[in-house]
Ligand binder design. Sequence first.
Ligand code: GTP
Ligand code: MG
Length: 320
Amino acid sequence: MIGEMAEILEPGILKGVASSTINKLVRAGFTTIEAVAVTPAREIAEVAVMGKDTALKVCRLARMHVDPGFIPALEVLAMRMNMIKCTTGSNELDRILGGGVETGAITELIGEFGSGKTQICFTLSATAQLPIEEGGLGGNVCAIDTEGTFMPERIKQIAEQKGMDPDKVLERILVARAYNSEHQYILISSLPEICNKNGIKLVIVDSMIGHFRGEYIGRGNLAERQQKLGRCLSKLLRVAEAFNLAVVLTNQVLATPDTVYGDPNKPTGGHVMAHACTHRVFLRKGRQNTRLARVIDSPSLPEERIRFAITAAGIEDVEE
Ligand code: GTP
Ligand code: MG
């Protein structure tokens, strides 16, 4: 299923499910099989107003349809070969990412304020639209902005510098402002349908954690916060896999003053965030417009620190 368009949910497509049930799902906004597959049964029962058992059955069938479970390793290889990588604009940053930001996975940009997270997202919003031969993903972009920092003027400038038609580039980016964590969850839940309809190849959430940190304060609320964050992340991962698209999230750091060894700045979001994200890129401010980047905890990439620059064209290599 990876790399193919999502299948429209219509009567008869899920064996043994009544047409009336399918119609209920479609009316509730579940227009593709993927949308059902990535939603918990509990939520389906609630939103589409149906019995828990029916929801569970529909959900299980949809998941089997999208993801049959065990598959031959040869198919895994085929999926990996379908994977494409998007250039960040910096060859050095691409190199430590193993060629760029990859599809079918979540890439997390971690760093303090001004470290370049949003600038990387802006640059990717343009480069993702380039044809695959030119280092892009040949698709459209969907951005969830939680902090009100989405700046179309800046993306326009980046596109111009790259010789792309700036208005066309902006036309191919769908943006939504998330006003709180609940709204963010709703937007993330709507991604299967949005991505299916709009040929999305890059999903950005800038920032992933901001609202969660702001709303769930104190130890007593931590478990609930982490559970909700985890639900958002698993939906994002399913979307990345089902549509073979790239997901890029930003995350801030928290100073841990009692650190004896290593960097005292730790990514927020704890284990839930660490486990969900396939690639974690740690960013730091360098001299002038330069920034330092390091890929941390990667199963396949060596840990190496590189420098890149923030310029009019977005992200670029540092000129020596
Ligand atoms: P927070 O969202 O606050 O956590 O920070 P961030 O990591 O998202 O920082 P961001 O990506 O917004 O980086 C901001 C920095 O990018 C600024 O301090 C500038 O140095 C640089 N920058 C922003 N816009 C431009 C621009 O148009 N031209 C150039 N050359 N640099 C820019
Ligand atoms: Mg930012």
